[in-house]
Design a binder for this molecule. Structure first.
Ligand code: DUC
Ligand code: ZN
Ligand code: ZN
Length: 499
């Protein structure tokens, strides 16, 4: 990097000589940045206070992790009740930037008997002054009262909280089909997007009781309590509800082939369904739940990781456009008494907090095993890593692309870096990563949020050393617009629907 101290310069920064990619194009270009935005693209740009040499590197939009849980207050009736989330906005956003992610969208959660507006206010307090990157909130509605449906949601949806998650399972969070229809009706009217956790609650509780009666309580039985049929049925029902309500719906954390088939069928009927998957469904399997000394609990998440065959099916959905977005579902519980071990090392799987960490490893895993391994091209990587989330959640084109006028949220990836993931190199507050020891090809070496370098890496003796340059509190809250247009015709990708 070089810095010119003279006063007259056209750009604050030029990123020189890299290969720039968006969700639609890959081109050689310098990137000129002024006042936090991209203001020029082209070769031979001159006149910047600071230049970054990106020769041999990929200059990509910063990642958007549109499904992560940070500093969520506890609710009774969840496996996590009593467990404490290890990451707040401070450590969570710090971890995000070191993995090339520059926008995060966690959840403001309404618990039963409380107000959604109050949940949003509480969540703003939790985020204030702490974030290293920009952030927005999805809403979670667990109690869709008349007041919520008629007053709170209409107000919040127009104030920039344009996505609402509902649950079909978890005692404390689930709402009925009728209530889901009510929520979908409100999101449709406001051009917002509903998100759904699709698993059949009755099946899970029936199976869990049966397994417990047979003494099958170890972490590996978590997978048996939530087989694919449980997810398939709920996915089918969720799609039918979306069809009936004529409302767009995103199925979050899709884990395997059976739910995927339902999504394909729904789309063939023209239902406006969007789909998300997560690294755990590409890189973990039910075997990871079967580690000794209760270590399998580290990989308990819902839906559970499936078998290797399903990993391949999920990869196909990554490759062929079935999946619109790729999120971490970061749910940070330490392997200690505050987290996964809250009820001890012999606790039944039912009592173990659900969730795994992944904010920092999400984008590098997809870059390495998707793009570098030749499964997807760079445009598809950008689409899954950031552009589609920006479009779906009303942040595009401010976020999710490198274009004139866009925020200069940029990650400069070095495809030559070979990095073995170790928890000690990560910046979250969780004491493990499920990807420990996995070697990746490529890493985001310099990360910018609105034109400011928030972190970068140097290499010493073959090991990457991360440096934090950003400040907690630099990250801004993003009020969002309404989401991208419907997927109109069957088989149409989000990219095509956007044009
Ligand atoms: N499942 C969820 O639905 N949310 C958080 C983590 C998890 O495993
Ligand atoms: Zn969920
Ligand atoms: Zn989640």
């Amino acid at each position: 990097m070089s810095i010119d101290t003279s006063d007259s310069y056209e750009f604050d920064t030029i990123i020189r000589g890299g290969t720039v990619a968006t969700a639609s194009d890959v081109f050689r270009s310098d990137v000129g940045i002024r006042d936090g935005r991209v203001v020029a693209l082209g070769e031979g740009l001159r006149g910047a206070r600071r230049e970054i040499d990106a020769t041999g590197k990929y200059v990509l939009p910063g990642g958007i992790d549109a499904h992560c849980h940070l500093d969520q207050p506890k609710a009774e009736g969840l496996a996590a009740a009593g467990s404490v989330m290890a990451d707040d906005f401070f450590s969570g956003s710090r971890s995000a930037i070191f993995g090339g992610t520059t926008t995060i969208v966690p959840f403001a959660v309404q618990h039963r008997g409380t107000s959604v507006v109050a949940a949003v206010e509480d969540y703003h307090r939790r985020a204030a002054g702490k974030a290293y990157c920009d952030y927005s909130f999805h809403l979670i509605v667990s109690d869709p009262t008349e007041r919520v449906l008629k007053e709170e949601l209409p107000r919040l949806l127009t104030e920039g909280y344009t996505s609402v998650k509902v649950y079909m399972t978890y005692e404390a969070m689930r709402i009925s089909d009728r209530q889901i229809l009510d929520v979908l009706d409100v999101t449709r009217q406001h051009g917002a997007l509903a998100m759904i956790h699709a698993e059949n609650f009755e099946c899970i509780s029936w199976l869990t009781e049966k397994l417990e009666a047979e003494g099958k309580i170890a972490p590996r039985y978590h997978a048996d309590s939530r087989p694919q049929a449980v997810e398939r049925e709920a996915t089918h029902r969720a799609i039918a509800l979306s069809e009936v309500a004529e409302a767009r719906l995103l199925i979050v954390h899709v884990s395997g082939g059976e739910a995927i088939n339902e999504i394909r069928r729904g789309r063939e009927r023209g239902v406006p369904i969007f789909a998300e998957t997560c690294p755990q469904y590409l890189f973990l399997s039910e075997e990871d739940l079967d580690q000794p000394d209760f270590h399998g609990a580290k990989c308990i998440c819902s839906p559970p990781p499936r078998d290797k065959g399903n990993q391949e099916i999920v990869w196909r959905g990554i490759e062929d456009g079935l999946f619109d977005i790729f999120s971490s579902d970061h749910a940070p519980y330490r392997f200690d008494e505050d987290g996964k071990l809250r009820h001890g090392r012999n606790a039944p799987f039912r009592k173990v907090a659900n969730g795994i960490p992944g904010l920092e490893t999400r984008a590098p895993l997809l870059f390495s095993e998707g793009f570098m391994a030749g499964r997807i091209d760079l445009c598809r990587f950008v689409a899954l890593n950031s552009a589609n989330a920006a479009k779906l959640y009303g942040l595009y084109p401010r976020k999710g692309t490198i274009a004139i006028g866009a925020d200069a949220d940029i990650a400069i990836w070095d495809p030559e870096q070979r990095v073995t993931i170790r928890n000690e190199m990560l910046h979250h507050n969780v004491d493990f990563t499920p990807y420990e020891g996995r070697t990746l090809q490529g890493w985001p070496m310099t990360v910018m949020v609105r034109g400011r370098i928030v972190c970068d890496y140097t290499e010493r003796d073959g090991v990457l050393q991360g440096q934090l340059h950003g400040e907690a509190g630099y990250g801004e809250f993003l009020a969002r617009g309404s989401s991208a247009r419907d997927k109109k015709a069957e088989g149409q990708t989000l990219e095509a629907a956007w044009i």
